[in-house]
Design a protein around this ligand. Sequence first.
Ligand SMILES: Cc1cc2nc3c(=O)[nH]c(=O)nc-3n(C[C@H](O)[C@H](O)[C@H](O)COP(=O)(O)OP(=O)(O)OC[C@H]3O[C@@H](n4cnc5c(N)ncnc54)[C@H](O)[C@@H]3O)c2cc1C
Ligand code: SF4
Length: 512
Amino acid sequence: MSCLRLILGDQLNARHSWFGEPDPNIWYLIAELPQETGYVRHHVQKICAFFASMKHFAKALQQAGHQVIHLTLDETAAYADLLALLRAKIAELGVERFEYQRPDEWRLLQQLRDFNAGIAMREVDTEHFLLPFEEIAKQFKPGRASRMEAFYRRMRKRYGYLMNGDEPIGERWNFDSDNRQKLKPEDLHSIPAPLIFSTDVSAILERLQRHQIDHFGKAEHNLLWPTRRSEALALLDYFCQHQLALFGRFQDAMTSQSEHKWSLYHSRLSFAINAKMISPKQVIETAITAWMSRPDEIELAQIEGFVRQILGWREFIRAIYWVNQPEYGSLNALDAKQPLPDYFWTGQTRMHCMRQCIEQSLDYAYAHHIQRLMVTGNFALIAQLDPDPVDAWYLGIYIDALEWVEQPNTRGMVLFADNGIVASKPYAASGSYINRMSDYCKGCSYKVTEQTGARACPFNSLYWGFMLRHRERLGTNPRIAMLYKNWDKRTPEAQQAILERAQWCIENLNEL
Ligand SMILES: Cc1cc2nc3c(=O)[nH]c(=O)nc-3n(C[C@H](O)[C@H](O)[C@H](O)COP(=O)(O)OP(=O)(O)OC[C@H]3O[C@@H](n4cnc5c(N)ncnc54)[C@H](O)[C@@H]3O)c2cc1C
Ligand code: SF4
């Protein structure tokens, strides 16, 4: 039976069972789609990375003997949307069946499930994740709080990663507390240079201009992100060779003092994994093999920290996304309403930490987890920014941003807009956290030690403004109750001065 198979931009999985043997009755469709460039305003490097990777994937399939239709914006611009394009191709090819891999985004899944192709249709799995899709609803409940740690332990047992029978190697499941170190001045010179690539994306940039596709961020004619499976594998090997040994230790660290400050010891594999060029299983198993072959160099705490991110957090976040769709994307439990300040699009703020993280994001379409969570995210939380534009910003700016992973991280982990489904308490912090984990405060025009007055670090008063505003909701949490007790010990004058500064900051967010 002749068949058209759709491959979306984040379904570049060469190991999928679809691609076993070439079949002259099967056509594969890979298409640059205006609808995918327009559902949010994207960083230009993100669009280029997806389009370049799709082209390389199409070529690799063709070289393996498959029939591939690869369409650029020039050929798809005339169609109203994905479905209009599919209808046209189905009629043109005269195929009897249409097949697609289940999209990872609710928006696309609905679109395809609602599609009436007029011929037989089949949805198949992407064969990528470690937790089967069908099991999500058995392990998670909509609207119900879940904890990553319990899920992670189940996954460790299930896959046997870093296990001794039923017990974790090292007799502990989680070595997070051994990590979390700041980079000292003497550590800076040994930060490895990141492995970067150089894909010529000039033709894509021209197309974006020709079709007036809105975008932002620094455009590079030579894209540094991996756009082929071979490059994804090279990045993984480089990580295991040069970064894994200190991954966990400096996972939370931030600096403005190194030329490699944007990459540090992070793998930067998220785009390649999310586009499915490489599987999470392969990433985990390659890293574990590296740890086993160099036990003197790579401590257990480092490999455990890395495995936890992928086997634990990544799979957990996906499950939270699916079990809570479509409601999750409009949650705003803390009733946050402030508009997104302009400097999120320019980096032009006197807050040095924010400037560093935003400028880096505009330059590379990348920031590491703690920059996203504890700098920009923490600011968005304590400044009580409206979750909708915050969500759209994170979804647009990062190279790896796909709704299934971006949304629970932003609404849940960062903004607590889900009222604790993802996190047991908000990750709110004053400037002292940023000072503890970075050298940003040294180069700042604000004083991290001050809480009141025009030069006081805005994070300090905003933190208390946020905590006091939500005292009723948060005060019952035993992990937070002590903080309120300390607040109560302050004089009423001192409390009032801090809250007045917080109010001023909220009313003048764009001036900070
Ligand atoms: C507000 C916010 C938004 C985020 N949006 C995205 C997003 O759109 N896409 C995305 O892939 N990640 C997102 N993350 C998670 C995390 O920040 C990125 O996965 C990570 O920074 C990618 O860089 P890396 O590959 O160098 O990661 P590393 O630090 O090298 O970590 C290794 C891998 O672990 C996985 N991982 C680590 N933390 C998480 C997490 N919290 N959730 C899911 N996977 C995780 C990623 O696959 C990552 O590649 C977000 C985090 C926050 C706080
Ligand atoms: S002083 Fe405050 S605003 Fe400045 S870098 Fe430190 S935490 Fe950021």
